[in-house]
Ligand binder design. Structure first.
Ligand code: AMP
Length: 195
C-alpha cells in the first residue's frame, strides 16, 4: 500500500509514520529526513537546501521529486511506502502520481492530520524545551518564528492537497489533536477500511 501522510508542521507526521513503518512493514519516505541527511553529509545538495530549510521555506519541487524518484526504485518500496512530508505542493502530488503510474503503482490513501495552530505552537515550544533539557540541539527550523513561516507555507502551498486528494476520492482526515496512541489507532482504522 502507498499512503501519503500530510498535515501542518508539528502535527505528528514523523511520529505516526515511524509507528506505521513498524506496524505495516512499509518504508517511511521522509523528504525532510533525506534533506537533513544531505545537509549533515555536507553534499552540494545539502549546501543548496540548508538556507531554504532553515528559513522554513520549501525546497524546489524538482529537487524533492528527483530524490523521491530515486528512492522509489529501491527494492523495499516495491510493495508500498509511507510518504511523509511529500508531496507538499500540487506539482509534487502530480509528479508522484506519474512516477507511481509509470511503475504500475498508485497512491491508495492520503491521510490529512488535522490540528489547530495554537496546539502546534504549544507542541513546538514544549518540544524545544524538552530537547534543550535533555542536552539535544533543536532543529534550526523549530524556532517559534520559523514555525510561523512553515505554517504559512503549509496553508498556501500544501493545504491545496486536501482538494487534490478529495477529488481522487483518496482523502481521509484524522484528528491529530489526541495522544499519540489514539491518533495511531485512528490511522490504523482508516487503513484497515482502505485495504
Ligand atoms: P519536515 O521534516 O518534513 O518538516 O521538512 C523540513 C523541511 O525540509 C521543510 O520545511 C522544507 O524546507 C524541506 N522539505 C521537506 N520535504 C519537502 C518537500 N516535499 N518539498 C519541499 N521542501 C521540503
Amino acid at each position: 500500500m502507498n499512503l501519503v501522510l500530510f498535515g501542518p508542521p508539528g502535527a505528528g507526521k514523523g511520529t505516526q509514520a515511524k509507528l506505521l513503518m513498524q506496524a505495516r512493514a512499509l518504508p517511511q519516505l521522509s523528504t525532510g529526513d533525506m534533506l537533513r541527511a544531505a545537509i549533515s553529509s555536507g553534499s552540494p545538495l545539502g549546501l543548496q537546501c540548508r538556507g531554504i530549510m532553515d528559513r522554513g521555506d520549501l525546497v524546489s519541487d524538482e529537487i524533492v521529486i528527483r530524490i523521491i524518484a530515486e528512492r522509489l526504485d529501491e527494492p523495499d518500496c516495491a510493495t508500498g511506502a509511507i510518504f511523509d512530508g511529500f508531496p507538499r505542493t500540487i506539482g509534487q502530488a502530480e509528479a508522484l502520481d506519474r512516477l507511481l503510474q509509470s511503475r504500475g503503482r498508485k497512491i491508495h490513501v492520503a491521510i490529512e492530520l488535522k490540528i489547530n495552530d495554537e496546539m502546534l505552537l504549544q507542541r513546538a515550544e514544549s518540544r524545544i524545551r524538552e530537547m534543550i533539557a535533555s542536552g539535544q540541539v533543536p532543529r534550526p527550523d523549530d524556532t517559534p518564528e520559523t514555525l510561523r513561516n512553515r505554517l504559512e507555507v503549509y496553508y498556501r502551498k500544501t493545504a491545496p492537497l486536501i482538494a487534490y486528494y478529495r477529488n481522487q476520492d483518496k482523502l481521509r482526515t484524522v484528528d491529530g489533536m489526541g495522544a499519540i496512541p489514539e491518533v495511531a489507532r485512528e490511522i490504523a482504522a482508516v487503513l484497515d477500511s482502505t485495504a
